[in-house]
Design a protein. Structure first.
Lengths: 281, 121
């Protein structure tokens, strides 16, 4: 039972962390809890479909199907999180005002909610199919083992959900003044880490030329990806103990992209304000 | 809802989407050498054979046949591979050229029995 609990917890830890961060980062966006909830359900449903077709997906594209599929899901998550950070940078002031005084409304929250739902679904789906495949063996075992596995799996899932709640509560203690800046930075690094992981998947699919696919450094002696802290930092900040050049490039490009887009949006908004101020004068 | 989706696509994310698509296409068009073929089976939650010898310095294409009805996850920290294999399924694992040495791997779902090692020489 304990073995099943540990395995399932390891599978859902990443999703649990990401969902917690998304929930916190979307504080104040109307309907965000519902969107994230629906995202979890959609992601779980998607996981079951992927698990059912796992053999077919895996053998597609000359055995590269799973890696390509995972990379696509990861890149979709990166795009959604990018959009979210840029939107939040744009609306942080309104959202802070809304959190201080709930009667104030936030404009354009509906589109942001769609993005949050999709981002959540991708996070759950990415490793959810592995959890579903693991749990599918429950029905193949004799009653005794099956009960043990089922109990352990339920415990693992509950722990994953507890991680989401803990992350949400932990992040919520950040004072409002810095809250959106802090969560924005966190989501940015999280997205960059997912982009690096997408590149890692493409590398495992044999699609990155070996001439450039070289390891940049090895800090596994200091902090291994396998350790609990390593795993946490890997998900939250994109830490890798043996990153390759393309992975590091993807990480840096994502951060640069998000920063540039946020700045671009701010400048656009300032320009729009200046024009409307002049025409009303 | 629809309009919000449409608006979303007009947003800055489009640039990112196109960028990542281009990155993806670029990666796919780059062909890596397919390398030496070798295979291994999973039976009764054990790897068979438990030790695989490969030559160092060349890419390897490792086929893992899961003969069990239950799913397994091929995991190797040293090879940086983590790949789930459905029950009665097959997975192809592509490895970059390896330095001489031993690379342990496990079946994560049955770690106490599913242990193996890849020896590059």
């Amino acid at each position: 039972m304990l073995a099943a609990l540990v395995i399932l917890f390891r599978e859902v830890l990443e999703a649990g962390l990401i969902v917690g961060v998304i929930l916190a980062a979307a504080r104040g966006v109307p309907g965000c809890a519902r969107a994230v909830g629906l995202g979890v359900l959609a992601g779980f449903a998607g996981s079951i479909v992927v698990a059912i077709f796992a053999a077919e997906i895996s053998s597609a594209f000359d055995g590269r199907g799973l890696e390509l599929f995972t990379a696509a899901v990861l890149l979709l998550a990166v795009v959604m999180l990018t959009w979210h950070v840029v939107w939040m940078a744009d609306h942080a002031r309104e959202l802070t005002a809304h959190l201080r005084d709930l009667s104030r409304s936030v404009e354009g929250g509906a589109q942001s909610v769609v993005v949050l739902g999709i981002a959540t679904a991708t996070a759950v789906m990415r490793e959810g199919s592995e959890a579903v495949l693991f749990m599918s063996s429950i029905i193949l075992q004799n009653a005794d083992t099956a009960a043990n596995l089922a109990l352990g799996s339920a415990g693992g899932l509950a722990l994953g959900a507890a991680v989401s709640v803990a992350v949400y509560i932990g992040l919520s203690t950040i004072p409002l003044r810095w809250f959106f800046a802090a969560t924005g930075a966190l989501v940015t690094m999280l997205a960059a880490g997912l982009a690096a992981e997408a590149v890692h998947q493409l590398s495992n699919a044999g699609l990155v030329p070996t001439s450039i696919d070289v390891t940049l450094w090895d800090t596994s002696w200091l902090l291994s990806d396998d350790s609990f802290v390593g795993r946490l930092l890997r998900v939250l900040l994109g830490y890798r103990d043996r990153p390759t050049v393309p992975e590091a490039l993807a990480y840096a490009a994502t951060i640069a992209g998000i920063l540039l887009l946020s700045r671009h949006r701010k400048l656009q908004k300032l320009a729009a304000h200046a024009i409307s101020a002049r025409s009303s004068a | 809802m629809l309009s919000s989706i449409r608006q979303f696509f007009r947003g800055p994310s489009l640039a990112v989407a196109i960028g990542s698509a281009a990155l993806c296409a670029g990666a796919i068009s780059a062909h890596a050498a397919e390398g030496a073929e070798t295979s291994i089976a999973i039976k009764d939650h054990k790897f068979d054979p438990a030790q695989v010898k490969v030559s160092a310095g060349t890419p390897i294409r490792l086929t893992v046949n899961n003969l069990d009805a239950t799913a397994e996850e091929f995991e190797s920290k040293s090879l940086q591979v983590e790949k789930v294999i459905a029950g009665k399924g097959t997975a192809i694992i592509r490895l970059k050229p390896l330095a001489k040495g031993t690379y342990p791997f496990v079946g994560e779902y049955h770690e106490e029995t599913a242990k193996g090692v890849l020896v590059a020489e």
